[in-house]
Write a protein that binds this ligand. Structure first.
Ligand code: GDP
Ligand code: MG
Length: 357
């Protein structure tokens, strides 16, 4: 384990690739590796790119990586596709689009498929991103499909979140606004070479740009306000902890037009994300997300076991005969599931630093 970690730190790509396969699995060794990763990373902001399939995320990332390489940034990329199996078409497409970087030793691209993964995606992305960070890739870019109601919740593990839209892809601004505004730092309208893009960019501008009243529903509070959208720095103090400014940019990923401006914006957001207090809160959020996902998984498994127990037949009858409310019954099952969990792992009460009640 120590040797593997050392080799990754020294930049050995094969060890890195092997570790990425490892963290995708389970077992005591893997748990130890994951714990090590969690303890030795958290300094590098991760940039998330999300948007509908075909909007040009991979092309955009490719263009950004070209610029990042010019300024000697070693860049790690995780490309996630919720529909295709690992060897499938879309991921292959991503690889092809980023192929010119594939031979670059200072660029590392990892594809993750979500099929058959059942919610483990955020964790898989987190572990892989940490591995990239351990191998001194900075920044780490995560590409993920999704817009609106997004069950692939990878945007929530990114520290800098870019939503990519384009003509014909995600024109339903209201839906997008509802689903992603609270996580977006930057909204990019791609394919501005196409005539229909103008109208979309206008719409997006009026829906998103300069918004400073966005509640950070899914993020920990912070005074994150990149200020290149025109306001003076003096306004920053007055912005409360629960609001944030969303940048809007139009680009042509294919030709590279506008990508430099986007990179400037991202670099500024990255700089803000590195400020110690902000860094701490982002890292806490990430780790809390891990704890939550793991706890929920255990609870759901326990609840399923409890619900499948035949002795609960009688309780169902009581509910059907109106002898108790659904709330009462659900509370009872939930409590039983929690009790079962506690029985299975009594040491869960012995988390260091906890006072027992
Ligand atoms: N016209 C135009 N097409 C683009 C642009 N950027 C990407 N594309 C094309 O859009 C398609 C999907 O791109 P891709 O990067 O794979 O999208 P992803 O699914 O979001 O990763 C490809 O055929 C790209 O060549 C652009 O700026 N203008
Ligand atoms: Mg792609």
């Amino acid at each position: 384990m120590d040797e593997l970690v050392d080799q990754i730190r020294r930049g050995d790509r094969r060890s890195l690739a092997r570790a990425m396969t490892l963290v995708d699995g389970v077992g005591p060794d893997v748990t130890e590796l994951k714990d090590r990763l969690r303890q030795s990373t958290g300094d590098v902001p991760w940039w998330g790119f999300t948007g509908p399939p075909g909007v040009g995320k991979s092309t955009l990332i490719d263009a950004l990586v070209t610029l990042l390489r010019r300024s000697a940034h070693r860049t790690g990329i995780i490309a996630i596709d919720p529909t295709s199996p690992v060897s499938g078409g879309a991921l292959l497409g991503d690889r092809v689009r980023m192929m010119r970087h594939a031979v670059d030793r200072d660029v590392f691209i990892r594809s993750l498929a979500t099929r058959g993964r059942e919610g483990g995606l955020s964790d898989a992305a987190v572990h892989c991103a940490r591995l990239l960070e351990l191998a001194s890739y900075d920044p780490v870019l995560i590409e993920t499909v999704g817009v609106g109601q997004n069950e692939v919740d990878v945007a929530s593990v990114a520290d800098v979140c870019v939503v990519v839209l384009g003509p014909g892809y995600g024109d339903d601004i209201q839906l997008i606004k509802a689903g992603l505004l609270e996580v977006a730092d930057v909204v990019v309208v791609n394919k501005c070479d196409l005539p229909e893009a103008g109208r979309l960019l206008k719409e997006v501008h009026s829906a998103f740009a300069g918004i400073v009243g966005v509640a950070e529903a899914s993020r920990l509070p912070d005074p994150h306000t990149p200020d290149s959208a025109g306001s003076d720095a003096e306004g920053d103090e007055s912005v409360s902890a629960s609001v944030r400014r969303v940048e809007v940019l139009g680009v042509e990923a294919k030709s590279g037009r506008g990508v430099e401006e986007l990179l400037d914006t991202l670099m500024e957001a990255d700089r803000v994300a590195r400020e110690p207090a902000r860094r701490q809160s982002l890292h806490d959020r990430r780790v809390l997300g891990e704890i939550r996902r793991s706890a929920m998984k255990r609870f759901e498994e326990s609840l399923d076991r409890v619900l499948s127990n035949p002795t609960y037949r009688a309780h169902v009858d009581r509910l059907l005969h109106g002898e108790c409310s659904l709330d009462m019954m659900a509370g009872r099952f939930a409590a039983d599931a929690a009790t079962e969990l506690y029985r299975e792992s009594p040491d869960a009460g012995d988390v260091p630093g906890e006072d027992s009640a």
